[in-house]
Design a protein around this ligand. Structure first.
Ligand SMILES: [Zn+2]
Length: 476
């Protein structure tokens, strides 16, 4: 029997506000445990939460970027459960009236477009962090994370494969980074993805029983966990068994999912409206203000960059992968560089240097204008492409301009015909046997003579001019 997978994603995004969602505590991820805490986020009795308006602004921005409707009126609710990472015994979240709802995100899988429905995006507070691996078998709770602003983005069950899930997460992360609302660092937990996965016989309408895979620390982990879960469920059904609704973890070392706990349903949480917070009223003017502040989003920017600079779809895609890279590229082009050559130097040579040194483009010491100058020096014939690679390597380390390095190392390419011709005549005089062989029809000797001239000029001869001059000199 053939099966079809039905997958919905829930993504938790840590919103990069400077203070927590209901108190003024700092949100610094690297602070020592339990230093960013106060009576409010520790859940002391008698304290009152106050909603961080920056969180609402950024959440509305995400909602609009995901084509959602923004609720004119929404509220916060208490989600009640008992767990050591939740000092109040409830989490403030949104239940039946989320801030954003009914949107979509367009993705591309193997060149084909797919539209993934967004059910909702709602605001909530993060929980504390439990650590169970302390010395002496002890556990610890760090309340720094408790109360951090968290946006939960939930899709419709529109995803059909691990590949689509991966494409969805990549596109979502790209949008969040373009908006600048989160650093989306999965290792540090600022972006956490959960997948609800079920399978059904192909052609069947009704959904199968779903499992939820949690705590996956990378996109590739999500991809593998979904793939594993689809084949596990198929195996269960084929052998006549039943899939149980449960939460499963992902064991990256063994490459398997494992049962964690049976899934709670909403009524287990005894949701009720948070009585300490007023409703959230986002009127049209507020929504409009956020809409006008949105940056050009990835799909639009890719299309514009492609047509404006005459790039291939592939290059435009690489360049607009992040907003920082796209900004850098456009600055190089604005500094007067040939757009296609600039794209090439950025996506191939500079990208390789960044990857090797694990640097981001924002940390790069090569200023956009400096890269434009390097491209111009190649265009004018002052330096060869090969020299340029070495020069770029120096620029990357020292932060100096191309011209400065060229001057310092005397790297200017010899394009002066008179100067080159003189060197060529000297080299030919020193190698009479080879000259004779060439004139007798042994064309291959030319390569040797080119090499000799290159050696005499320390590689600085303009190869094109050298070739022309050498043939002229060798002509009988
Ligand atoms: Zn606090």
């Amino acid at each position: 029997m053939e099966f079809e997978a039905v997958i919905g994603m829930e993504v938790h995004v840590e919103i990069n506000s400077r203070s927590k969602v209901f108190c003024a505590c700092a949100t610094d991820f690297h602070a020592p445990p339990n230093t960013n805490v106060c009576p409010i986020c520790l859940g002391m009795p008698g304290t009152l939460p106050v909603l961080n308006v920056d969180m609402v602004d950024k959440s509305v921005a995400v909602g609009l970027a995901l084509n959602c409707a923004i609720s004119r009126w929404s509220k916060m609710d208490r989600k009640n459960y008992f767990y050591p990472d939740l000092a109040k015994n409830y989490q403030i979240s949104q239940y039946d009236l989320p801030l954003c709802h009914g949107g979509w995100l367009d993705i591309e899988v193997d060149g084909a477009p797919r539209r993934i429905g967004i059910t909702r995006a709602h605001m909530e507070e993060d929980t504390a962090r439990n650590t169970h691996t302390l010395a002496g078998g002890q556990s610890g709770v760090d309340f720094n994370r408790c109360g951090l602003p968290l946006l939960e983005i939930v899709t419709e069950p529109d995803i059909r494969s691990a590949k689509e899930a991966h494409a969805y997460l990549t596109a979502l992360k790209q949008i969040l980074q373009y908006l600048g609302v989160s650093d989306c660092n999965m290792e540090e937990g600022s972006l956490r993805a959960e997948a609800n996965i079920s399978i059904r016989p192909t052609g069947q309408e009704a959904f199968g029983t779903k499992t939820e895979v949690k705590n996956v620390a990378s996109f590739s982990g999500v991809f593998k966990a979904i793939d594993y879960e689809i084949s596990r469920q198929a195996q269960v059904l084929r052998s006549g068994g039943k899939v149980i609704q449960e939460t499963r973890g992902w064991d990256a070392d063994r490459g398997v999912t494992f049962s964690q706990r049976l899934k709670e349903s909403a009524h287990d949480y005894r949701y009720f409206p948070e009585p300490d917070l007023v409703p959230i009223v986002v009127d049209e003017a507020w929504e409009q203000r956020i809409r006008e502040s949105l940056p050009e989003l990835p799909i639009a920017r890719k299309a514009r960059v492609e047509s404006q600079y005459g790039l291939s779809a592939y290059d435009a895609g690489v360049i607009t992968m992040t907003r920082a890279l796209a900004d850098y590229y456009e600055a190089v082009a604005a500094a007067g560089a040939d757009p296609k050559k600039a794209a090439n130097w950025l996506t191939v040579e500079l990208q390789a240097l960044l990857t090797d040194s694990k640097q981001e483009i924002t940390e790069c010491r090569v200023a956009p204008a400096a890269l434009a100058e390097l491209v111009a020096l190649i265009e004018s014939g002052d330096i060869s492409g090969k020299m340029a690679k070495d020069i770029l390597g120096d620029m990357f380390i020292t932060g100096k301009t191309a011209r400065a390095i060229v001057a310092e190392k005397g790297l200017v390419q010899i394009s002066d015909s008179g100067e080159l011709a003189e060197i060529i005549r000297r080299v030919l005089a020193e190698n009479p046997a080879q000259v004779e062989q060439y004139r007798a029809g042994k064309e291959k000797v030319l390569g040797f003579l080119v090499g000799q001239v290159m050696r005499a000029t320390q590689g600085k001869a303009n190869p094109q001019i050298l070739n022309d001059l050498l043939r002229d000199e060798l002509a009988p």
